[in-house]
Ligand binder design. Structure first.
Ligand code: MG
Length: 374
């Protein structure tokens, strides 16, 4: 039995992880469940799965018999085999660091852990002797193509991108899109923040940074290509020109179950039906039209505190966009403005990053009011 500490159990990845556990009750159980905000969804998961420990970052809840409400986040990682970190945003980084310190295997779905805290996470993994398995579909694909070896040699990595809902929009049309349009993702079912990040292609920039941190790939050996069907989840090119790809329907439950059962593979209901797919399409990546991608890659290349500034500004800008406070192009303008206001510093401690995160959010707020007033 694999005992799972699931952090972020009420979000999109959390809900799909619960599906996986329901499907394989003899293989998986939850030892801990944690969420950001108390509510009906959290209570119902606690009653269904009866974990030994539970934590809610904001708000109170009544644990069912047999479940203990813990006071300290690190208690969540006691008596568990895998920590699935699915909390959203910068908040996820602290849980990843605590799980690494506890020495448990980490199934990582929180992008910000590697984007903002890549250096800290690498250090904590080494010190705690724990292993990290990616959940993000692209990095899971690369992990599989590298035979589950993060240190395997390769020539370059190619990340596939659906292109999001605005792939064929003109720059003029992009000025007028609304939050509701951005939330209609063509292939993947995800939370609101990441769905908007997929529309701005910021998400693909984050994934370039993650690939650099996960596989030690230099930035000039990581590329992105548009693949609207989201069937090829990413590719690895080797020295002899051979390329390996991983294919499957866009369903996050597949990389989730692999990260939990790894290196074992569990049976799946819907293997790929190639004749029904007919053909697969690949298009050049539209860097020029979606500046968030290059802003992310450049911040990742600079490293230190700059990816944290990027992320804090992005979280605030997307929140404002979802509330119809700023336009779609203003998301990139806010990020660019925040990045130019902060010098690069070494990312030496979590506290330093948390303080940078707070200052960058304040800066983004000022920029958003300026932009939305014009
Ligand atoms: Mg992805």
């Amino acid at each position: 039995m694999v005992r799972i500490a699931l952090i972020g159990c009420t979000g999109s990845i959390g809900v799909q992880t619960a599906d996986v556990v329901r499907r394989y009750p003899d293989r998986f159980c939850f030892s801990s469940l944690a969420c950001g905000h108390a509510g009906e969804a959290f209570s119902s998961l606690l009653h269904e799965f009866a974990p030994r420990r539970a934590l809610c970052a904001h708000g109170t809840f009544t644990p069912p018999a047999g479940t203990r409400a813990v006071g300290q986040a690190q208690e969540l990682f006691e008596d568990c085999d895998v920590a699935l970190i699915a909390a959203g945003g910068f908040a996820g980084l602290n849980y990843t660091l605590l799980a690494a310190a506890a020495g448990v295997r980490i199934a990582l779905a929180n992008k910000e852990s590697l984007v903002c805290g890549g250096e800290l996470v690498a250090r904590a993994l080494k010190k705690g002797g724990s292993e990290l398995v990616p959940v993000d579909s692209e990095h899971s694909a690369i992990f599989q193509c590298l035979s589950f070896r993060r240190d395997a040699p390769f020539e370059r990595l190619v990340l596939t991108a659906s292109g999001g809902p605005f792939l064929h929009y003109t720059e003029e049309e992009l000025r007028h899109v609304k939050a509701a349009d951005a939330l209609k993702h063509p292939t993947w079912n995800m939370g609101a923040k990441i769905t908007v990040d997929s529309a701005t292609l910021l998400n693909k920039g984050y994934e370039v940074i993650e690939a650099n941190r996960l596989y030690g790939a230099p930035f000039d050996k990581i590329e992105a290509v548009v693949h609207p069907e989201s069937i090829v989840h990413s590719l690895v090119y080797f020295a002899d020109g051979a390329a390996l790809a991983q294919l499957g329907y866009p369903d996050m439950r597949v990389p989730i179950q692999l990260a939990l059962a790894y290196p074992e593979r569990l049976p799946c209901e819907a293997p790929l039906d190639l004749p029904s797919l007919g053909k697969l399409t690949f298009l050049p990546f539209p860097k020029q039209k979606f500046p968030c991608f290059s802003l992310a890659v450049e911040a990742g290349r600079a490293g230190g505190t700059l990816p944290t500034v990027l992320n804090a500004a992005a979280e605030e800008a997307v929140r404002a966009f979802l509330a119809d406070r700023i336009t779609f192009p203003a998301i990139a303008q806010t990020i660019e403005g925040a990045l130019s206001a902060f010098p690069r510093e070494e990312a030496d401690t979590f506290e330093h990053l948390a303080e940078t995160d707070a200052r960058a959010r304040a800066c983004a707020h000022t920029l958003i009011y300026g932009i939305s007033a014009s």
